[in-house]
Design a protein around this ligand. Sequence first.
Ligand code: PRP
Length: 278
Amino acid sequence: MITTHARVPEGWGIRGTDEFARFPAGERHVRDLAPETESPCYVVVRGADANDYISAAMWIDLQHRKGHKVTAVVPYLPGARQDRGRPFGAAVYAGLINAMKADRVAAFDPHSAVMPQMIDNLVVVDSTRAVRRAVTNGAGDTTYTGVISPDAGALERAGKVAQALHVPLYRASKRRDFATGALSGFDCEALPPGGRYLVVDDICDGGGTFLGLAEATGLPAAQLGLWVSHGVFSGRADRLGLAFGEIITTDSHPGHCREDVAARIVPVLPHMISEILQ
Ligand SMILES: O=P(O)(O)OC[C@H]1O[C@H](OP(=O)(O)OP(=O)(O)O)[C@H](O)[C@@H]1O
């Protein structure tokens, strides 16, 4: 999924996707439909379709030949979860992103610090301010009384959110089957009764992590909310509504469009650009 943007004083001029075309056999090409492009300009690539990165690389090449600088906004870094083991998927996807030759790459809340180290000219925008904006009123108050980190990988991110909301952080950890690596359950710190808790993580894919964690807390949906920066929403994600009274995500990944997941969508682009420009 690709869109292009040129900065305009009042906000965003979105040029649409007509520029991105295919030859009949599927080969990607880019039409030069925007000779008036301003600089700096932006190309936004969402998701993990390698062909989209090829199209974006062609669009960037076109802008470079016109003398413009381009920021590639890649809100969801594909491969970021493959940050260990063999094959080293994070390195492969980082190579794809670097091949676009953008003057700057902007990413939103990457899974870990591993993949960002391999991307050239990267600016990382974290999710703390976006979560805070999504769950507080104008006075900065929230109805959540605590933040839950589902696993060790989410601890730093969830800790920053808890600090920003002025509520305590509660830790959970995943139990995995040693032989298969499959998720077998959760150990969760005791939660004071009667509270409302926001689970904070980077990605919801099939939803197993969050369904398992909700079950481990023993809390009804009315007392649980879920923030995930990237709503990939595959598999059983439609069942999340049974476990969480509120699901909030961003439009960083095409999965956010899934209609059977009743998620509140926070637009990520304006948020990222305002932070990049600060
Ligand atoms: O919706 P799901 O399919 O359950 O996947 C979501 C989980 O997967 C990722 O973590 P991962 O299990 O890769 O753990 P890590 O922090 O150990 O890398 C992510 O940070 C979520 O916690």
